[in-house]
Design a protein around this ligand. Structure first.
Ligand code: C2E
Ligand code: CA
Ligand code: CA
Length: 544
């Protein structure tokens, strides 16, 4: 039998053999077709930029409404505290201020003196009658932003400032990895700001494909663009075939049929999606140790991509793409199922033992994760109360109300939720704590600083007292030296993970370690300490 691959190869000469129309005709038709595809993608991207920008503006307006309803109207300490809280809560807001009738700033939530602010546009139309939105130049540079003012009593206004880089979302055309440039302008043409694609393109605008999309709710317009050369390059294989051959419509169709799977095979998003379907993501387990008893009390699952050729790809190489495309959701689901199968009975046999998973901002835009966790763990050997979930602070949670609802629903299942990478992201501490979590992971950055000049005891001590006041469990990450252990213990931190104890271990090694260091009553205990040592020694050597 002819394999599908061979059949597709055969389609090319077959297509070319059906020649009839001059090559130039096919080439121009094909270029037109590819451009049209590019424009479709740009249109979709523009609509998404507008929708996300509108949502951010609406959230800020809600925040200002809320402040006004609470009677915030002066520069008093209590009012500035309320303004401060709003700037922590509502993600794109950089500063909240009280503004007089001439637009002059009377005070801001920040204690620091505020820089120059010039209004550079006419008010932007909006469906909210109480607010005035205008484009502001920040400082003397070329940075613009948007200021939203809302009337309060005494001819004063409450105003929120949003820098353009927090207002305009980063976006890729079809959810794929190629980012488009997006420019946001007021309807009168005043530039608000732009997001450039990761790779800087110096192409002339006339060499770019453009799509424009206005907002229905605000007087703003987004223009998305991709250099034409980049669109053609993405389809280079097709263009080449059409140039080389002479083709008829039939030839073209056969070429398209032949080449489509080739193109998609090179597409990293497709590759990732197929790898999830074929179960190529494997859990590694990093033990977490109780510093007072030296016992392993839980493990964090860290994903690895084991490709069919045996290469092991670390998460930094694929998690960002999985997050930006939403594939992180099925990936996490597959990983959890795999842990249930591989380690379910070992974990289930130790009811005191916890198993942790990492979640991304993407998991907090709806309640799908709650359903997934319930479906995966409810009737499994691993009890829901053994499951820990880590929420990273590295990416902002877009919808805080929804995030809080998801966290509460997960806690309702008996799962514990914690904050990961605290202090490394964009949000303030108080904002993150409003999420109502059960534990905090102290980032490696702070552990690393112990014993160095960079170290200031304040951060770890603040976290410790916060943990005590709010009854949060603290786990120190990335512990590599005994000195760090000593220091953490002196500060009353009970739990830690790091290469000093063990690196992330493949399933088989982790299960051996668990058997040796935390034997289930009745199991064979002979030589368990030696065995545990041997497992860690071997794994540490492999990780080095
Ligand atoms: P993370 O959640 O902060 O995980 C801790 C990282 O620190 C892991 O890197 C771990 O191997 C490493 N590490 C642990 N102890 C030490 C140490 O003593 N020294 C040093 N230098 N490093 C240590 P890894 O496995 O490469 O994971 C990197 C990041 O990828 C994770 O950071 C997490 O944000 C993300 N990630 C991993 N698995 C998943 C997953 O299943 N889902 C999601 N959403 N993200 C994941
Ligand atoms: Ca983590
Ligand atoms: Ca971390």
């Amino acid at each position: 039998m002819v394999s599908p691959k061979l059949w597709k190869l055969a389609a090319i000469p077959l297509g070319l053999a059906l020649a009839g129309v001059p090559a130039a005709g096919v080439y121009s038709w094909l270029s037109h077709y590819i451009e049209q595809q590019g424009l479709n993608e740009l249109n979709i991207a523009a609509k998404r930029v507008i929708a996300l920008t509108e949502a951010r503006l609406a959230r800020v307006i809600d925040g200002l409404d809320d402040l006004a309803a609470r009677g915030v109207r002066s520069c008093s300490g209590a009012d500035r505290d309320a303004m401060n809280e709003m700037s922590f809560h509502v993600i794109p807001v950089k500063e909240v201020s009280i503004v007089d009738s001439d637009g002059g700033t009377l005070c801001t939530n920040l204690a620091l003196p505020f820089g120059e602010r010039h209004v550079i546009s006419a008010p932007i139309e909006s469906t909210h009658s109480e607010v005035v939105i205008e484009v502001i130049r920040l400082g003397s540079g070329n940075d613009n932003g948007v200021r939203i003012r809302r009337t309060i009593a005494d001819a004063a206004w409450l105003a929120a400032l949003i820098p353009s880089d927090l207002l305009i979302p980063r976006i890729s055309p079809t959810g794929g990895p190629v980012e488009v440039n997006a420019t946001l302008t007021a309807s009168d043409g005043t530039r608000i700001g732009e997001r450039s694609a990761a790779q800087r393109d110096d192409a002339e605008p006339r060499e770019s494909l453009l799509a424009r999309y206005p907002s229905d709710h605000y007087g703003i317009v987004v223009t998305t663009s991709i250099p034409r050369a980049r669109v053609l390059a993405a389809h280079a294989d097709l263009v080449m075939m059409a140039t080389v051959g002479t083709g008829s419509a039939a030839a073209l169709i056969l070429i398209l049929v032949a080449l489509r799977p080739w193109r998609s095979r090179g597409d990293p998003v497709d590759e990732l999606a197929r790898a999830i379907e074929s179960d190529q993501f494997v859990p590694y387990y990093q033990p977490i140790v109780d510093l007072s008893t030296a016992r392993i009390v839980s493990a964090e699952v860290l994903v690895r991509w084991r490709k069919p050729d045996g290469t092991l790809v670390p998460p930094a190489h694929f998690i960002p793409l999985a997050e930006s495309t939403g594939l992180i959701v099925p990936l996490t689901r597959a990983l959890m199922r795999r842990v249930r199968v591989e380690a379910g009975s070992a974990i289930g046999a130790r009811p005191h033992f916890n198993i942790g998973f990492n979640l991304s901002a993407r998991h907090f835009i709806d309640e799908a994760i709650v359903k997934d966790i319930r479906a995966i763990f409810r009737n499994s050997p691993i009890a829901l109360s053994q499951v820990l979930l880590e929420v990273t602070e590295r990416q902002p949670l877009e919808n805080l109300t929804m995030a809080r609802r998801v966290i509460a629903a997960l806690q309702g299942l008996g799962v514990q939720v914690g904050l990961d990478d605290l202090g490394t992201g964009h949000s303030g501490l108080s904002y993150m704590l409003k999420l109502g979590v059960d534990f905090i992971k102290i980032d490696k950055m702070f552990v690393d600083a112990i014993g160095t000049e960079r170290y200031s005891t304040t951060i770890i001590e603040t976290l410790v007292s916060l943990g005590r006041d709010m009854r949060l469990d603290l786990i120190a990450e990335g512990v590599e030296t005994f000195e760090q252990v000593q220091h953490l213990r002196e500060r009353g931190i009970r739990k830690a993970q790091g290469y000093l104890f063990a690196p992330p271990l493949p399933g088989s090694s982790f299960l051996k370690l668990l058997d040796a260091s935390d034997p289930v009553p009745g199991a064979d205990e002979k030589g368990r300490v030696e065995q545990a040592d041997a497992v860690i020694r071997q794994a540490t050597m492999a990780a080095a």
